[in-house]
Design a binder for this molecule. Structure first.
Ligand code: SAM
Length: 277
């Protein structure tokens, strides 16, 4: 029986989505944001931060497999990874699938997101927080990367978005040339930086801005997409490197060993298909 309805922005007040809610499982206000977790009829459990959707049980695997595995499988033997944000643990889960990964630093500013996700969405991290290779730093990612000493083969920026018509987002500084220059310095020569770039269909400005900034800092950049119904249909991703390429060719042999739920030949090809809307 549906109790109420949850309405959240896909693009500020220009486009919103409403989902029927069975139960409001958790509400918590931290020093950084408001965390809500709902049980919904259509999306399963949903994580909201300041009423912006972060993930749903229905399609988080598509988002996280695309964000992590497409760049990761383009590399020979990545050893060290850095995760910016990602407090729900979905990126950690995807990284943990790789035997070559030896060390992961995850920099998440809000311990509350980790705690709530572990309690109410344990399937998202699927035990990855307890993997000895994972090192959680509960602090602001901006100074962490600025002072990074280790070189990373993969840097995954999975922070909250900055929102049109809303200033002072928690992650504002993570979408700047300055931050990307620090990521450049922390990236290994053959490494790849990848970031989520919001909904490329309804919020094209996000992908465009990031591609422009990446182009000012890195010699190589590119983008791809995935089908994420809860984000309004699609999520865009941007990557950048000092020379390494994200392959648009589906790595059949490597992928066969990973039993992905979303990624396959068709969705990998789709990721690099130019959409005309
Ligand atoms: N998949 C989501 C998306 O596409 O928007 C992002 C999920 S993850 C929950 C986003 C995380 O970024 C949040 O837990 C938030 O606390 C974190 N975050 C935001 N700004 C940050 C900062 N400056 N340093 C570290 N973590 C930050």
């Amino acid at each position: 029986m549906s109790l109420s309805h949850l309405t959240f922005p896909i693009r500020s007040d220009k486009l919103t989505m409403t989902a029927s809610v069975r139960e409001h499982l958790s509400h918590r206000v931290t020093e950084f944001q408001t965390i809500d977790i709902y049980e919904t009829d259509v999306y399963g459990r949903v994580l909201m931060l300041d009423n912006h959707i972060q993930l749903t049980e229905l399609d988080e695997h598509a988002y996280h497999e695309s964000l992590v595995q497409i760049p990761l499988l383009s590399m020979k033997a990545p050893k060290a990874a850095l995760v910016i944000g990602g407090g729900d643990g979905g990126v950690l889960r995807e990284l943990a699938k790789h035997p070559t990964i030896e060390h992961v630093d995850m920099v998440e500013i809000d311990a509350g997101v980790v705690e709530e996700s572990r309690q109410w969405l344990p399937g998202v991290s699927d035990g990855a927080f307890d993997d000895p290779r994972m090192h959680l730093h509960l602090e602001d990612a901006f100074p962490f990367v600025e002072n990074a000493t280790r070189k990373y083969d993969l840097i995954v920026a999975d922070s909250t978005d900055t929102y049109e018509e809303e200033d002072g987002a928690l992650s504002e500084m993570l979408f700047t040339d300055e931050f990307y220059k620090d990521c450049f310095n922390a990236l290994a020569e053959g490494g790849i930086l990848v970031t989520q770039a919001d909904n490329l269909l309804f919020c094209p400005y996000s992908l465009e801005n990031i591609e422009e900034m990446f182009g000012r800092v890195f010699p190589k950049t590119g983008s791809y997409q995935a089908i994420i119904p809860s984000f309004g249909g699609f999520s865009g991703y941007c990557w950048a490197s000092k020379g390494a390429e994200v392959s648009s060719e589906y790595p059949e042999e490597k992928a066969a060993k990973m039993n992905f739920r979303y990624l396959n030949q068709a969705t990998w090809n789709f990721a690099f298909t130019k959409l005309a809307f």
